[in-house]
Ligand binder design. Sequence first.
Ligand code: TMP
Length: 207
Amino acid sequence: MIRGKFITLEGGEGVGKTTNLAFIKGYLQQHNVPVVVTREPGGTVLAEKIRHLLLDNDSETISEPAELLLIFAARAQHIKHVIEPALAQGAWVLCDRFTDATYAYQGGGRNMRISTIEWLENLVQGSLRPDLTLLLDAPVEIGLERAQKRAAFDRFESEKISFFEQVRRAYLLQLELHPERIKLIKANQPLVDVQSALINVIHPLLR
Ligand code: TMP
């Protein structure tokens, strides 16, 4: 059995991940690729419970180390019960956020040490890394305006603009560090242009 590909979709708030995830899923299915679509934090029963704890606005203040550990606890469950089994069966896994989000939000946004994140990444993931990461990038104000129209803000979305600027910068730093894996997609352009940019990057993987 040929192992499936692991594709992750990343970006700040309101950059259009949901719409584009559905588009990529459809594109892969048209090419007869078996796809499993999932998200982080979440993707298993326990990990979705952790997601709820992380996004809940009314809980007690969550310390930064507690937040980081909860995210990696959810990730460990997700890898064991969803991602690894799917890849082993030859399915492609399309994941809405993964560890680049931890570097961006906990590393950039919360200023947690990068070496700590790396240590947890190695502990939880072993050698597992995405084959391709699509980074949807747009100016922070544009994304937040879109996110605002959607629903009440969760615990992350309630952060200050400066937090999201740090998140964006940290994502762009990840891009610089891993140019072979991470591909930048400009999100503040017409949807058809975003989608043709996505196809340009995904199509070579099909061969
Ligand atoms: P979502 O709104 O894209 O579903 O993501 C939920 C929130 O979780 C989002 O605000 C970013 C945050 N998050 C982190 O802070 N670190 C992580 O590692 C992941 C995967 C998400």
